[in-house]
Design a protein around this ligand. Structure first.
Ligand code: GLU
Length: 278
């Protein structure tokens, strides 16, 4: 793990906000920014995939519930994304690190020229020592062309830029053999060599987080990442320090091993129907 050079970290809405109020958890974000900057200062190439646009927009507009209507969601995303970036910008500035914003849509990834262009932009930013912060361009996507969840998006990004490691920070410790909230016998799976159908079934039964992506979308993300040649770890973002532990090779969360498929074509995964949401 210490040797991993190009790393994508995904943080979900439930990890970057306080459960009680839905407001941003600044202490956690501060720690996240410090660790990512430190990795970048060590010469690693770091990409952050951050959710939270809709959650922050909703809070800003004082909406009681997560909006269901598309236009309201998209308006909230437009409001929240800039606020979120403002917070990241300020936190990274503390450490003299430059972040950049990349908003992606499935449509631009399906188009060969756009995809090549996106890859070149990532490469250039990473060469500059900048930390790209990625989200879906929620304000303009429609149901047919949305990634829908940032687990999938982060795996697509990892595949696009040939990352060595993808870390999904969630509100669950990793993949359990069953829903740990309901079954006290459920145990944490430490390592997954191959994603089998049986494992997929297990993930459907296991507990899911409160964001868009449940365990099923995380397994789908692992499939993309592993096929592309990227190792993936699901870990609990409650303790942001777990990022350091993961990179020191300590057993944290669930590790899905990469098996590069020589016939891997990102486009094949993009054209699949969106993963079932939980
Ligand atoms: N793109 C959404 C947002 O920023 C989050 C999607 C997800 O939770 O996976 O609000």
């Amino acid at each position: 793990m210490k040797e991993k050079q190009r790393i994508v970290v995904k943080i979900g809405s439930s990890t970057l906000t306080h459960a009680e109020t839905g407001e941003l958890d600044l202490e956690r974000l501060e720690k996240l920014v410090r660790i990512l900057t430190d990795w970048s200062n060590r010469g690693k190439e770091v990409v952050l995939v951050s959710s939270g646009a809709i959650a922050v927009g909703r809070k800003t507009m004082k909406l009681e519930e997560r909006p269901k209507e598309k236009a309201v969601k998209q308006a909230c995303a437009a409001i929240g994304q800039t606020r979120l970036m403002m917070v990241y910008q300020r936190l990274f500035a503390e450490y003299n690190k430059v972040p950049a914003q990349i908003l992606m849509t499935k449509l631009t990834m399906v188009n060969d020229e756009n995809r090549r262009n996106a890859r070149a932009t990532f490469s250039e930013l990473l060469r500059m020592g900048v930390i790209p912060i990625v989200n879906e361009n929620d304000t303009v996507v429609t149901d047919e062309i949305e990634f829908g969840d940032n687990d999938t998006l982060s795996a697509i990004v990892a595949a696009l830029i040939h990352a060595d490691l993808l870390i999904l920070l969630s509100d669950i410790d990793g993949l359990y053999t069953d829903d740990p909230h309901k079954n006290p016998e459920a145990t944490l799976v430490r390592e997954v060599e191959y994603i089998t159908e049986e494992l997929e079934m297990m993930a459907k039964g296991a507990g899911s987080d409160v964001g868009t992506g449940g365990m099923a979308t995380k397994i789908a993300a692992a499939r993309i990442a592993n096929d592309a040649g990227t190792d993936m770890v699901i870990a609990n973002g409650e303790n942001i320090g777990c990022l350091r532990e993961i990179l020191s090779g300590e057993p944290v969360g669930t590790l899905f091993y990469a098996h590069k498929n020589p016939r891997f074509h990102l486009i094949d995964y993009l054209l699949k129907p969106p993963t079932e949401k939980t």
